[in-house]
Design a protein around this ligand. Structure first.
Ligand SMILES: Cc1c2[nH]c(c1CCC(=O)O)Cc1[nH]c(c(CCC(=O)O)c1C)Cc1[nH]c(c(CCC(=O)O)c1C)Cc1[nH]c(c(C)c1CCC(=O)O)C2
Length: 348
C-alpha cells in the first residue's frame, strides 16, 4: 500500500517503504536538557503529578517538536506509572531516581483491564491533546516498560542497587522464586497490554516497549524473562485489536538481537549503543531497526559526532532504519549538538 504525502516518515519505514532519509527522534527527547522543560517542570515539582497532568505532559511532549521538528513525538509519561497503578507506591528522590514501596501480593494488585484503569487515563488524555496539536506528517509514539524491566523496579523497590545495571536483587529472585516472578510477569503482561491498547485508542500511532534491563542476562533468563513475556505481550496487544506497529527495545542484548527480531512479533527492533554495526545489518535483514548513536558522543559533539553519523548512514542507511540514540539523552547535552545531528541527517 502506498502512503499519502502526509504519512509520517516513521510509519513509512515501519511499513517497509523506502524513504529519502531516515526518520529521526531521540529517546528521552523531552527533558532536562531543554530550558523550556526545566521551567515547566518547576511548576509541578512532584514528577508523578507532572506526568499525570495532561496539559503539562502534552506541553513537555511538544516542546522538542517545536524546537527541533523531530519526525516523531513520544508521549511524556514514565514506565513506573504501571506499578503505581497496580497499587505499589512509587516516588522519585531528587538526584537519586525512582524508589518503590513494598511489593503488594500479586493476587491483590489492582485490575487495569477496564480501560487501563483510572490511574492511567491521564496518559490517554495527554496523547489526545498532543495528537490534536501535532502536524499530520509527525508520528505520535506511545510506550510502556516491558514486563521484566518494570518487574526489576518492583522487586528491587527501595534497594540502593535500583537503577544499576545488574538488577542484582530482581535477578536473584528470578532464580530463587521463579514461580513468583513468572506470576508477576503475567500480571504485567496483561496490565501492559491494556495500557498500550488505551494509548492506541487515544491516538498513539506507534507503540514502543522499553526493555531497558535486558542487559547481562544469561540466555536461559533472556528466554524466560524477555523473549517469552514479549511474545505474550505482543500476542495480547493484537488480541485486544490493536493494529499499530510495535517497536521492541531489548537494551544491552546485541548478542541476542537477531533471535529477538526473529522470535518476537514486533515490527522493528531498537538497538543500543554497544550494538556492532554488523549485528545491526543482520537484524535489519529481518526487520526495520532503530538506533543507535552513543548519547555520550551527542554530549561530546565535534567532528567525531559527524563521523559516526556518516558511519551509521553508510552501514544502515540503505535499509529500513529509524535514526535514534542508543539510550536516553543526557541532561547536560548542548542543544547545538542536537541541531548538528539533524543537519547531518538532512532533517533540518
Ligand atoms: C527505565 C525507564 C524509566 N522511564 C523510562 C525508562 C525506559 C527508558 C530508559 O531506559 O531510559 C521511560 C521514559 N521516561 C520518560 C519518558 C518520556 C518521553 C521521552 O522519551 O521524552 C520515557 C519514554 C520521562 C522521564 N522520566 C524521568 C525523567 C527525569 C525526571 C525529571 O524531569 O525530574 C524524565 C524526563 C525519571 C526517571 N524515570 C525512570 C528513571 C530511572 C528515572 C530517573 C532517572 C533520571 O532522572 O533520568 C524510569
Amino acid at each position: 500500500m502506498t502512503s499519502s504525502p502526509d504519512t509520517p516518515l516513521l510509519l513509512k519505514v515501519l511499513a517497509g517503504e523506502a524513504t529519502p532519509r531516515p526518520p529521526v527522534w531521540f529517546m528521552r527527547q523531552a527533558g532536562r536538557y531543554l530550558p523550556e522543560y526545566r521551567a515547566l517542570r518547576a511548576t509541578t515539582p512532584d514528577f508523578i503529578s507532572f506526568c499525570l497532568d495532561p496539559e503539562k505532559a502534552a506541553e513537555a511532549t511538544l516542546q522538542p517538536m517545536r524546537r527541533f521538528g523531530f519526525d516523531a513525538a513520544i508521549v511524556f509519561a514514565d514506565i513506573l506509572l504501571i506499578p503505581r497503578a497496580l497499587g505499589q507506591e512509587v516516588w522519585f528522590e531528587a538526584g537519586e531516581g525512582p524508589r518503590l514501596g513494598a511489593l503488594p501480593p500479586v493476587e491483590g494488585m489492582h485490575d487495569l483491564t477496564a480501560g487501563a484503569g483510572e490511574a492511567l487515563k491521564q496518559v490517554g488524555q495527554t496523547l489526545s491533546i498532543v495528537r490534536s496539536q501535532l502536524e499530520p506528517e509527525r508520528a505520535l509514539i506511545g510506550f510502556a516498560g516491558a514486563p521484566w524491566t518494570v518487574a526489576t523496579y518492583m522487586l528491587d523497590g527501595a534497594a540502593r542497587t535500583i537503577g544499576k545495571g545488574e538488577r542484582a536483587q530482581a535477578r536473584t529472585y528470578a532464580y530463587a522464586e521463579p514461580e513468583k516472578v513468572a506470576a508477576l510477569l503475567d500480571v504485567l503482561v496483561e496490565a501492559t497490554a491494556h495500557y498500550l491498547k488505551m494509548q492506541a485508542d487515544a491516538g498513539a500511532q506507534v507503540l514502543k516497549i522499553f526493555e531497558s534491563w535486558a542487559e547481562g542476562l544469561p540466555d536461559d533468563l533472556f528466554e524466560s524473562l524477555v523473549l517469552r513475556p514479549h511474545q505474550k505481550l505482543v500476542g495480547r496487544v493484537r488480541e485486544l485489536g490493536v493494529t499499530v506497529p510495535l517497536i521492541g527495545f531489548p537494551r544491552g542484548s546485541a548478542a541476542l538481537a537477531e533471535r529477538y527480531a526473529a522470535e518476537v512479533g514486533v515490527q522493528a527492533v531498537a538497538l543500543d549503543t554497544a550494538c556492532p554495526l554488523e549485528v545491526g545489518k543482520r537484524v535489519q535483514a529481518i526487520k526495520p531497526i532503530q538506533g543507535a548513536l552513543d548519547p555520550l558522543l551527542l554530549r561530546a559533539g565535534g567532528p567525531m559526532l559527524d563521523r559516526r553519523i556518516d558511519q551509521l548512514l553508510e552501514a544502515w542507511g540503505q535499509g529500513p532504519w529509524i535514526f535514534n540514540l542508543g539510550h536516553g539523552i543526557l541532561p547536560d547535552v548542548p542543544i547545538a549538538h542536537v541541531e548538528q545531528v539533524l543537519k547531518r541527517i538532512g532533517a533540518q
